[in-house]
Design a protein around this ligand. Structure first.
Ligand code: C2E
Ligand code: MG
Ligand code: MG
Length: 705
């Protein structure tokens, strides 16, 4: 017969055995390395089998035992091959894949007929895939990495045993499985391309990172190096060998690092780096779509005050609370970020007009109205918002950020708790501020600071009891500037330390000159800023200033604010006691505007409470302010402290204060702050009328006078 091969008395159809045209001898067939020739009946039982020397190690010498056994007991089917096998058993020719340990075995099957054309079962030839050499095989079987082989459709035809440890599948379970089906849907496209793309598409040693589904259903991060196996004859790629390892832990560490680099650990919001990235993308998208972007810059009002008085823990709680409220308000696609401190930003994409930004800003202000609960305190915090628009105000990222920041500062200046859109003239103002900061650095050496003095009076006797030193900056171009224009910069830059020492020394020297025999001693009140109060050598510096000027300590009063008291209570108490022991008077400025606990007042050696001007202003017609002022007066009396009302401007205020038992007053109704050179003449004119003073209350050590 031309179209069949006679092999061990079996007629094997010519096309069943691919090599028959080349050589028909058994020796040659054996040399071509088929695994086995066999015949199987319709039930799948082996009825004949060749005893071939190339038989796989584990099968050698025991092919006899194949007889009368179900072939699938010896060679399990690869996953998904059941149908093909059944078709062969029904008398169709076909190709079926089996497993031999972890190797893939190909089988070609054809129906067998006797001369009467009666079916005699099927004949088959089994081929080992034979791609791995024994050494490689051993390596593959023992490496901790997973080695897999895939045909060009992604079908796995070998998986090393370590796959069980990493993914939970037995190697056999994976045979015949298309690896793409195991990729995470998000990674499938790119991983597939890299797995099976040509070496020209990307570096052959480039690692492929993707998630793969383990048997448990969880996804594991894999790093895979793949190698294309080229058929030397045809130069076509015939399979892909992949070496993969589990990098889930490394990915998690990387993710964590990525998180730390991009998110703020306190609030979980994007940080400055990620914010910049998001803004850059938002601008790029808007550029493509001719869209608009709004950037909102938020800064909490008086956050420092809360941090200083209630502590950093409460400050942190507040920042977290604020970020939660901002997120609640955000639409999908908006970015809420924390740039640091109490600064937040919101990027609004795809807005139709500035009205959309207004709506968001209003909503934020509204959300802030409810009090925050911080360590048992209920605190209301407002925020100032600056808004800028792309492309209307600027088209690049840093200009937008600068604009929004400038607009936010303008909101603060206009009274906080509101929003402002950026306008071009704000920029001039910002530049001005910057220049002012710069000038401030030279102001001290150029002797541009000046002291003004505002007298304080006893309400009952009308005697002058003291004078408060108030600094002014005589700017060469801008003229006389009030402290609110430059003290904040001086604080921020640290210049306040040198400036504060100059003020104290100057005030002491003047005050020494104004003491005169026959008159009650005048005390001079000097304001201390937070930074000064915490400077390391404050007590030494004060002692030295007193010694150098010759001013008796009881003639010096230092004004501190409530927020300084709450900050590190132990240390504060120690400093205050040291100052008190020097004989210096201590007063609390702007009392009622901070968050001081009444406890502090008892613990600290204080002399005077100064009722903040903001309460005095409306004392005559605002019942709330009146109630607060009255409570402060009552508190001072109970604690046996002096009480002075600041910023008194009207007779009604005096009437009210006197009626409630306030001791002392300071304000323009009595005298504006007076330039230092004019004070002595002023005293000469006015002092003789005010010779009566309350000895004993004011001057604990009158002998020094
Ligand atoms: P302060 O210590 O509460 O000073 C009282 C402020 O009220 C002064 O403002 C004073 O000029 C103003 N004032 C006085 N009488 C009246 C009045 O009848 N009506 C109104 N509306 N205001 C009145 P000034 O001089 O602008 O100082 C503002 C703040 O700057 C001071 O508030 C103080 O906190 C700070 N400051 C002033 N001088 C110094 C200083 O030498 N060192 C430090 N660290 N801070 C200073
Ligand atoms: Mg003051
Ligand atoms: Mg004050």
């Amino acid at each position: 017969m031309n179209d069949s091969v006679n092999f061990c008395d079996l007629q094997i159809p010519a096309d069943i055995y691919p090599y028959h045209t080349i050589d028909k001898t058994v020796d040659t067939i054996v040399a071509r390395a088929p695994l086995a020739l066999l015949a199987v009946n319709a039930n799948g039982c082996v009825i004949w089998c060749s005893p071939l020397p190339q038989m796989h190690n584990s099968l050698r010498n025991n092919t006899a035992t194949w007889l009368n056994r179900d072939l699938l007991d010896i060679l399990p089917l690869v996953h998904g091959e059941q149908q093909a096998w059944q078709a062969c058993l029904r008398g169709n020719s076909g190709y079926v894949k089996f497993m031999l340990e972890s190797k893939l075995v190909h089988g070609w099957f054809y129906p067998l007929h006797d001369t009467e054309d009666t079916s005699q079962g099927i004949a088959g030839i089994l081929f080992d895939t034979g791609t791995s050499e024994p050494n490689h095989q051993i390596l593959a079987e023992h490496t901790t990495d997973v080695i897999t082989k895939h045909n060009m459709d992604g079908v796995i035809h070998y998986a090393s045993p370590s796959v069980t440890r990493l993914l939970g599948y037995a190697p056999d379970e994976l045979l015949g499985v298309t690896v793409f089906d195991l990729f995470h849907p998000d990674d499938a496209k790119s991983a597939r391309k890299k797995f099976f793309g040509t070496d020209r598409d990307f570096q052959p040693n480039e690692a492929i990172h993707y998630r793969i589904r383990a048997k448990s259903g969880d996804y594991i991060w894999f790093e895979t190096l793949r190698k294309l196996v080229i058929d030397t004859a045809t130069q076509a790629t015939k399979e892909v060998v992949a070496v993969s390892r589990d990098i889930t832990e490394r990915k998690m560490t990387e993710d964590r690092l990525m998180y730390l680099a991009n998110f703020d650990s306190l609030t979980g919001l994007p940080n400055r780096a990620l914010f910049r990235d998001r803004l850059r993308r938002a601008i790029a998208r808007a550029q493509r779509n001719n869209g608009q972007v709004a950037l909102l810059f938020l800064d909490l009002d008086r956050f420092k005050n809360i941090n200083d008085s209630l502590g950093h823990h409460a400050g942190d709680q507040l920042l977290r609370g604020v970020s939660k409220r901002l997120l609640k308000n955000a639409r999908e696609g908006d970015t809420v970020a924390r740039l640091g401190g109490d600064e937040f930003t919101v990027i609004l994409e795809g807005i139709e007009s500035s009205e959309d930004a207004v709506a968001v800003a209003r909503k934020i202000l509204e959300l802030m109205e409810a009090p925050f609960k911080l360590d048992g305190h209920e605190i209301v915090v407002s925020t100032s918002i600056g808004i800028t628009l792309y492309p209307e105000d600027a088209t690049d990222m840093s200009s937008l950020l600068k604009n929004a920041d400038t607009a936010m500062y303008r909101t603060k200046e206009k009274g906080r708790n509101s929003y402002q859109f950026y306008t071009a003239d704000m920029n001039d103002k910002a530049i001005e501020t910057l220049m002012l900061e710069n000038d401030l650095r030279h102001a001290l050496e150029r002797e541009e600071f000046e002291l003004y003095f505002q007298p304080q009076f006893d309400l009952h006797t009308r005697a002058i009891i003291g004078i408060e030193a108030l600094v002014r900056w005589n700017h060469p171009v801008r003229g006389l500037l009030s402290p609110s224009k430059f003290i904040p910069f001086a604080e921020e830059s640290g210049l306040i330390i040198a400036m504060g020492e100059w003020i104290l020394r100057k005030a002491c020297t003047y005050a020494r000159a104004w003491q005169s025999p026959g008159h009650a001693p005048l005390h001079v009140a000097v304001n201390l800023s937070m930074r000064q109060f915490h400077q390391r050598n404050l007590v030494e510096m004060v002692t030295q200033a007193l010694a150098d000027s010759g001013l008796p300590p009881y003639c010096l009063e230092l004004e501190i604010t409530e927020s300084m008291l709450a900050h590190n209570v132990e240390k504060t108490s120690a400093i205050l006691h040291e100052l008190h022991n020097l004989g210096i008077r201590l007063s609390i400025d702007d009392f009622g505007t901070g968050y001081s606990s009444l406890n502090y007042l008892k613990r600290f050696p204080l002399n005077t409470l100064k009722i903040a001007q903001s309460f005095v202003q409306d004392i005559a017609n605002e019942p709330d302010d009146a109630a607060i002022a009255e409570a402060i007066i009552g508190l001072a009396k109970a604690l046996r402290l002096n009480v002075i009302a600041e910023g008194v401007e009207t007779d009604e205020q005096v009437y009210f204060l006197r009626g409630r038992g306030c001791d002392w007053v300071q304000g323009e109704l009595f005298s504006k702050p007076i330039p230092s050179q004019d004070l002595l003449p002023w005293l000469r004119r006015n002092r003789p009328h005010f010779v009566v003073y309350q000895q004993g209350v004011l001057w604990p050590d009158a002998a020094h006078a």
